[in-house]
Design a protein around this ligand. Structure first.
Ligand code: FES
Length: 88
C-alpha cells in the first residue's frame, strides 16, 4: 500500500492498496481517532490501524474489527497505460 497526496498542500491523503491484482483507494485516516493508516499494515483485503488495531476492508471501506465502527470512504481507481488514476 502507498499513501498518496490528493491536494497541493500535501495535507489530504488516500491510501492506494494493491490486493488480488486490483487497486483500491480509501481514506488514509482511521475513522476511530484520525490516525494515518499507512503506518499500519495490509493483511489480505484488510488494512489494520497500528494505533488500536481497527481493521477496514480496503475493497468496501467497511470497518470489520473494533474499535473501528465508521466505514472509510472509498474512491474509484482506474488504470490507463502505466498511470493509476484515483477519482477523488
Ligand atoms: S486510531 Fe485507528 S484504531 Fe484507534
Amino acid at each position: 500500500m502507498k499513501r498518496v497526496a490528493i491536494d497541493d498542500t500535501n495535507r489530504q491523503h488516500v491510501l492506494l492498496c494493491h490486493v488480488d491484482d486490483q487497486y483500491y483507494a480509501i481514506d488514509d485516516l482511521c475513522t476511530h481517532e484520525d490516525f494515518s493508516l499507512y503506518l499500519g499494515c495490509l493483511k489480505g483485503d484488510q488494512v489494520e490501524c497500528s494505533l488500536h488495531g481497527a481493521r477496514f476492508n480496503v475493497k468496501t471501506g467497511c470497518a470489520e474489527e473494533e474499535p473501528g465502527e465508521i466505514p472509510l470512504k472509498t474512491y474509484p481507481v482506474s488504470i490507463k497505460g502505466n498511470t493509476i488514476f484515483i477519482d477523488v
